[in-house]
Write a protein that binds this ligand. Structure first.
Ligand code: HSE
Length: 439
């Protein structure tokens, strides 16, 4: 059987997971694709760094350049992370015409356009299944399984750490900070945890999914991002009473109207979102990820699984290695390109123009005229109120007042809340979250 040698850069959690997965299932993979992928060398930062799976010592090297440049290395994995060295590694391999498999969402988010252009220029391919939602084959699903669809909507629970924290807050009524600390102790949240809880990790993933689905590389600066730091057990409880669960949701929606040049206009955002408790996404709990995709031909689809971890991510890397090895075997580079820039004039809709439902919680003085003053401001900005609740049983200098707003532009709602926050009867900064029916 034909053998292709793999040069791996990065032998940490994911890298050693890939070595292990190939030890366990390399023969199975070979029997399925008709060629064997064999680890030739693994470049690491330090030979003795701790790793979850042992890598045979003779494979190890600390010189990534010699691994990438080795003429016997046919394909390369970049599993070091970050946006500096990783970019250099990928570009070096692509220039040599070697296919590269990466799990690096931050790098793709920042430099995807440049990297895919380099791949095309050098007749090589850059695969990235492991960059979004670990073990869920969502890149392949969009790239191949749903290639015949116009993608209308993608909703993703894209960050396992946030989903774990929100799940625990809901189950136990715990405060954000306490649950976060526990998540860190259990090894779920990184230290510092900012990339996860501020929504940046999900932003990278939403950008990649949106770019793939709509054919132009999305600049991360155009993605509206909110994290989960400000969510309180009170909001989770009120949302539940109203029939909703709160999830950190990546949202990618194609507008019904195109740009004047006929290119797609899409919304891409990440933020805490109230979704109906009856929707399957609401039951995705703990560290699990899920991606809901609606295509014009297929209708609704849902993908669920582990979004991180050495084995789940290795599974995604192996799937890319299979594709890359098949390309080499068949000499069919760009058979179905990992990213096809098919709508380069596409545009991201500015967030203030994006319309959705909203949940607003105010802390107000419980006195006559308070509700009227707030409702007047919403009315003046043409924002419809679908329900108002002042839950019983709250006493003191301020009480909660919850508004559910009809679909309204985010910019108008923000302007209304800026005015409402200045009212003497409003005792704390307003809390606002998006509401999505997911229909
Ligand atoms: N830290 C991420 C998460 C996994 O919690 O889902 C890697 O993207």
């Amino acid at each position: 059987m034909q053998i292709f040698n793999l040069g791996m850069i990065g032998g940490g959690t994911v890298g050693s997971g890939v070595v292990h997965a190939l030890q366990v299932n390399g023969d199975l993979l070979a029997s399925r694709i008709g060629v064997k992928v064999q680890v030739r060398r693994v470049a690491v930062k330090a030979l003795d760094e701790p790793r979850p799976y042992e890598i045979p010592a003779p494979l190890l090297s600390t010189d990534w350049k010699s691994v990438v440049n080795d003429p016997e290395v046919h394909l390369v994995t970049e599993l070091v992370g970050g946006t500096g060295l990783a970019k250099e590694i990928i570009l070096t391999a692509l220039k040599l015409g070697k296919p590269v498999v990466t799990a690096n969402k931050a790098l793709l988010s920042a430099h995807g356009e440049e990297l895919f252009a380099a791949a095309q220029q050098h007749h090589a391919t850059l695969y990235y299944e492991a960059s979004v939602c670990g073990g869920i084959p969502i890149i392949k699903a969009l790239r191949e399984g749903l290639v015949g669809n116009q993608i209308h909507r993608i909703y993703g629970i894209l960050n396992g750490t946030c989903n774990y924290i929100l799940t625990r807050m809901k189950r136990e009524g715990g405060e954000f900070e306490a649950v976060l600390q526990d998540a860190q102790k259990l090894g779920y949240a990184e230290t510092p945890p900012d990339l996860d809880i501020d929504g940046i990790d999900a932003e990278h993933k939403a950008g990649i999914l949106g770019s793939l689905a709509h054919g132009f590389w999305i600049n991360p600066s155009e993605i509206h991002v909110e994290g989960i730091r400000t969510i309180t057990p009170l909001d989770i409880r009120f949302a539940e009473q109203l029939g909703y669960a709160i999830k950190l949701l990546g949202i990618i929606k194609r507008s019904a109207t195109a740009t004047t040049a006929g290119a797609p206009r899409i919304e891409v955002s990440v933020g805490p979102t109230l979704i109906p408790k009856s929707h399957p996404l609401a039951s995705v709990e703990d560290v699990f990820n899920a991606v809901f995709v609606n295509g014009d031909i297929v209708g609704d689809t849902l993908f669920y699984g582990r979004g991180a971890g050495k084995d789940a991510t290795a599974s995604a890397v192996l799937s890319d290695l299979a594709d890359a090895a098949l390309d080499l075997k068949m000499g069919t580079k760009h058979r179905l390109p990992p990213f096809a820039p098919h709508a380069l004039k596409g545009a991201v809709i500015p967030h203030p123009e994006v319309c959705s439902g909203h949940y607003v919680r105010l802390s107000v003085a419980d006195r006559p005229g308070t509700l009227a003053g707030i409702a007047t401001i919403f009315g003046e900005l043409n924002i419809g109120i679908s329900s108002v609740i002042q839950p019983e049983g709250h006493e003191g200098s301020s009480v909660p007042l919850i508004f559910m707003l009809h679909d309204s532009p985010h910019g108008a709602v923000q302007r209304a809340l800026d005015r409402i926050a200045k009212l003497a009867s409003v005792k704390a900064p307003p809390v606002r979250m998006r509401v999505e029916s997911l229909e």
